[in-house]
Design a protein around this ligand. Structure first.
Ligand SMILES: *[C@@H]1O[C@H](CO)[C@@H](O)[C@H](O)[C@H]1NC(C)=O
Ligand SMILES: *[C@@H]1O[C@H](CO)[C@@H](O)[C@H](O)[C@H]1NC(C)=O
Ligand SMILES: *[C@@H]1O[C@H](CO)[C@@H](O)[C@H](O)[C@H]1NC(C)=O
Ligand SMILES: *[C@@H]1O[C@H](CO)[C@@H](O)[C@H](O)[C@H]1NC(C)=O
Ligand SMILES: *[C@@H]1O[C@H](CO)[C@@H](O)[C@H](O)[C@H]1NC(C)=O
Ligand SMILES: *[C@@H]1O[C@H](CO)[C@@H](O)[C@H](O)[C@H]1NC(C)=O
Length: 344
């Protein structure tokens, strides 16, 4: 390399380290802008515009590093840092007053990416067309979201703590439901199933609210748990499976996406799918059979020898995931039809 060549390189490195935009425009290739942070060991700054459902978490210190061992990732909810944020995250629920909820009056830096975040199924994501052409990335439980943030996942790792497959339980099946709607698929199945077997129902609908510290112990008294999603939508598998059933140690009876979707994410032989049975009477009979046969029951817990599950509940952990995905996310992407993506 000639002297002038290395001088050019040094100048380029100095200017690039001052501004990602220089690096970006000099190379002329969109590919490089996200690598910039990696090359120069810069923080990726993530600005959360509103806290989901109005509940905030502490962001002081370097949370991604200290809590999740993710480096070079800074989270903030200080909206005054807008002009320097690499990524700005908008949670759908807080956009209900429409475009006025967005900082459209501010100068949006050319290299900044806006993320549309929702952990809700399509039916709960109203009025999307007004947001067409504004967001660069999506963040959701959907596998095909740019930033995939599931409610839980299965890991190929043995569980550290022992488990008890079939302790003496006083109850067959339980269900916790807050927003009951008679027309929902889960309500139809419940109404039919309860004709054949007793079901202990808790939650707001039944006016039998369980405090947080009573939820899992109550479910753990029962052999089965109805992990019925409120909406049957692509990839929509929530804490009703991961937390309520798996963490409590009850066999989940699932209603939601199709069996193949559950098989792809849940531990092997860990659940019973409602659609495996033509009639709810057959499902009821099967549950009674499994309850009566200890060996058959225990087969549903074999996975604990080889797998364990991980649950995601903290919004900070989800936000830190943006930094993990950032280098591989598509540049210059724009959701021109967000509604169509959500409903696809
Ligand atoms: C990166 O962000 C973390 C957390 O906000 C902060 O503690 C750290 O000082 C930042 N590092 C750099 C190089 O800016
Ligand atoms: C933290 O992450 C680094 C790599 O990014 C890894 O080498 C280290 O083992 C991790 N530490 C822990 C405690 O997981
Ligand atoms: C928010 O960010 C602005 C701009 O960086 C800064 O001046 C201000 O002190 C910050 N506010 C808080 C509460 O950290
Ligand atoms: C959708 O937008 C309309 C009109 O702007 C508004 O009246 C309605 O409340 C919005 N719905 C939701 C769920 O945000
Ligand atoms: C369960 O109950 C049976 C009979 O009632 C008893 O023999 C057994 O020890 C109990 N097992 C546990 C783990 O409590
Ligand atoms: C993000 O999307 C906007 C459209 O709202 C677009 O103008 C901008 O170029 C995109 N930004 C990046 C960095 O791709």
């Amino acid at each position: 390399m000639t002297i002038s060549g290395s001088q050019v390189l040094i100048l380029f490195l100095i200017l690039s380290s001052l501004s990602p935009l220089f690096y970006y425009s000099f190379l002329g290739h969109k590919l490089y802008v996200q690598q910039y942070h990696r090359v120069f060991q810069k923080n990726i700054s993530i600005l959360l515009w509103h806290w989901p459902f109005g509940r905030s978490y502490r962001l002081n210190g370097n949370k991604c590093l200290t809590m999740y061992n993710i480096s070079h990732c800074s989270l903030t909810d200080n909206t005054s840092t807008f002009s320097t944020a690499d990524v700005v995250v908008f949670h759908h629920q807080e956009l209900s007053s429409g475009l006025s909820s967005l900082p459209l009056h501010l100068d949006r830096p050319a290299s900044q990416h806006w993320v549309w975040l929702s952990m809700e199924p399509p039916v709960n994501n109203a009025n999307l067309t007004q947001f067409n052409g504004l967001f660069n990335w999506t963040m959701s439980y959907r596998h095909d979201a740019d930033i995939f943030v599931p409610y839980g996942k299965t890991m190929l790792e043995r569980e550290d703590i022992g488990f008890q497959a079939a302790p003496n339980r006083s109850c067959l099946v339980s269900w916790v439901v807050s927003k009951y709607r008679p027309q929902q698929a889960r309500a139809v199945v419940y109404q039919s199933l309860k004709k054949y077997i007793p079901i202990e129902v808790y939650g707001k609908w039944n006016k039998k609210l369980l405090p947080d510290n009573k939820l899992l112990p109550t479910i753990a008294n029962c052999l089965f748990y109805l992990s019925f999603e409120n909406s049957e939508a692509k990839d929509y598998i929530t804490e009703k499976l991961w937390r309520n059933a798996f963490q409590a140690g009850a066999i989940p009876v699932v209603l939601g996406p199709r069996r193949a979707t559950y098989e792809a994410v849940a531990p092997p032989h860990s659940f019973i799918h409602v659609s495996d049975f033509k009639h709810t009477a057959d499902l009821a009979a099967y549950l009674k059979h499994v309850a009566a046969d200890r060996q058959t029951y225990e087969v549903y817990f074999q996975w604990h020898h080889t797998h364990r599950i991980k649950i995601y509940t903290d919004w900070r952990e989800r936000l830190c995931q943006i930094c993990v995905k950032y280098p591989s996310l598509q540049i210059n992407k724009v959701y021109q039809d967000l509604e169509r993506w959500v409903n696809s």
